[in-house]
Design a protein around this ligand. Structure first.
Ligand code: SAH
Length: 224
């Protein structure tokens, strides 16, 4: 399209440069200590701007959470990277995510070649994320339901990741974790001080590691 000045008009989305911003985002994540190149490469590839509302696209690659509707948020990119790295998964392994939200975390896991299962409790978010993942050709198994139950049908999982804060670790998630598997989950009161925990299942025992303080939306328990 030619405008009156004779210059070629810029595309409507010229105000952000996806690749430059995406690279800057990953550089920041690397500087903050995430070193797994498979995680960093996935974050360079997956188009985060496709997972945020149109109004938020210009800041899709800034390192902070963004609203995705229904009073929920897409997590901060650094936290997505940290949690994914902590799962320490190999391509082909099975991973369960609780709290699909926008589908971004699930897309990162799928991009890394994992067999991804994800559960969301809000029908509108479930439907939008499922359609989005399909359109973008990410192979992810989506389910509408309460993540406190996990997804028993496909258990055990080598990795389980909860992207909402639970008041305590749901027993079903421990049960559905493979021996030697990792569970990464924020635990703490809704809107209060929460700790990001990594648990490793060792037979009857759970080894646990405190990964630091975080702020997640609540992992809602519909029976309470
Ligand atoms: N991983 C998401 C961010 C999730 S925000 C992303 O990449 O965009 C947390 C999500 O957890 C919200 O969508 C919220 O609806 C969902 N959630 C909260 N409680 C839940 C529950 N009990 N079961 C399943 N999903 C839940």
């Amino acid at each position: 399209m030619i405008n009156p000045s004779g210059l070629v008009a810029k595309p409507f989305n010229f105000h952000y440069n996806r690749n430059m911003n995406q690279e800057a985002m990953v550089t920041l994540i690397r500087r903050r200590g995430v070193s797994d190149t498979r995680v960093l490469d996935a974050m360079l590839r997956v188009p985060r701007h496709e997972f945020v509302p149109y109004a938020q696209r210009a800041c899709a690659y800034d390192d902070h959470p963004l609203p995705i509707g229904e009073q929920q948020t897409i997590s901060q990119p650094y936290i997505v990277a940290l949690m994914t790295e902590m799962l320490a998964l190999q391509p082909g392994e099975k991973v369960l995510e609780l709290g699909t939200g926008s589908g971004y975390q699930a897309a990162i896991l799928a991009d890394m070649g994992l067999d991804v299962y994800t559960v969301e409790r809000i029908p509108e978010l479930y439907e939008t994320a499922r359609a989005r993942l399909e359109t973008l050709a990410y192979s992810v198994h989506c389910k509408l339901g309460d993540g406190h139950e996990g997804w028993a049908e496909f258990a055990p999982y080598t990795g389980i990741i909860a992207t909402a804060a639970a008041t305590e670790v749901p027993p079903a998630l421990i049960e559905q974790l493979a021996d030697g598997g990792r569970l990464v989950i924020p635990v703490g009161p809704p809107h209060g001080y929460q700790v990001l925990w990594k648990f490793i299942k060792q037979g009857e025992y759970l080894e646990r590691f405190n990964l630091g303080g975080v702020a997640f939306v609540p992992f809602v328990h519909d029976t309470t």
